[in-house]
Design a protein around this ligand. Sequence first.
Ligand code: PLP
Length: 448
Amino acid sequence: MTDAATPARPAAVPNDLGAWWLPFTPNRAFKKNPRMLARAKGMFYYTPEGHEILDGSAGLWCCNAGHCREPIVAAIAAQAASLDFAPSFQFGHPMAFQLATRIADLAPADLDHVFFVNSGSESVDTALKIALAYHHARGEAGRTRLIGRARGYHGVGFGGISVGGISGNRKHFGPMLPGVDHLPTTYDREKQAFSRGEPDWGGHLADTLEDIVALHDSSTIAAVIVEPMAGSTGVLAPPKNYLARLRAICDKYGILLIFDEVITGFGRLGAAFAAERFGIVPDMITFAKGVTSGTVPLGGVIVREPVHAAFMKGPDHVAEFMHGYTYSAHPLACAAGLATLDLYAQEKLFARAAQLESTIADAFHALRGLPNVLDIRTIGLVAAIDLAPEAGGVGCRGLAALDHAFHQQNLLFRITGDTIAVSPPLIVSKEQIGAIADKVARAIRAVA
Ligand code: PLP
């Protein structure tokens, strides 16, 4: 406990690490040898001791514009001083409308309406609820079944873990939502190992949706949700034609298609959204992370015109969608979002990611042949390396690599089990991509 008289302790490391229970972290191991981040600027984090850490993962796939960029910092500061909070139930503020328009303009086709939330998990649960309520509004209330995919990650809400396909995130949490099915994963190492971009093999796996339809009947199915590129499960690019086939089957049966673009949104694959890169128009796009370059929590769902229109009926005085969060469209988040989108446009950062795709692919595919490397996958400004698990258990080698990279190589990257994922801010230079790959190589050798 502190009191008002306690002086601020800017970058001092606290003596007591007991109280904070860290998310998705082995807390006891972490607290024995913490990886502390005290400041950030541009491509770098700084530890409390002042070590400069190259950011190989844009924080947590968020900070696409790099860290502490002046225009975003200034916009947040100005907003905090002028409108700290505004309720978004029954009231609005100008920046929320401006930001919604800007996001809709970035999204393809008639994805024209934006519902704001505060995180990726909330965006997923919101999209699932929109899907159910959409069918209800159209008189097809029997369409309640939701389809996810094995190895999918859609955050940690009960909706998200139900359609998600990572058993570790589900198994301790009791019954999931009823009426959920899963498509098979698109990944098969034997057929796809060491692919650049979209693997050649696997497009036909979209046809398994036909089997689910045959089993349950299309009149029971509300929506399919997939990450166009699965990120958190280890960077799985969609096989060629997979998304197009999924779109076609959804169209055939009146099933909504939701792209979870929490990671792929805002430039990660060299376009504003993966939908644009792959030329597929989903019915909804979920987003978060990059919309504010990670500075203030913000997420949302972008909805196609006909889906939105189905709600805009009934008496004028009745709310069309009984859902929302106190902090939906928070003024600080909207200010950060507008400044971030300006920066992306001014610095052409989405195009920059596209231009760097071959650089990161060359740098990482060159690591093939290092000890324990089972697969390397690259797409957009993303690279992943699967390491063989240690006898001690899945995840031990990955965690050791993360730890070595941070403490010995001054590099931060992301791990999922024994998969290393690299997704630097879009401002990364070619030299820095080379440096990240060198440091990753050293980490891989160190844990051999
Ligand atoms: N959906 C996808 C595809 C994600 O990658 C993530 C987080 O990484 C989420 C949802 C959840 O986002 P959040 O952690 O902001 O709730």
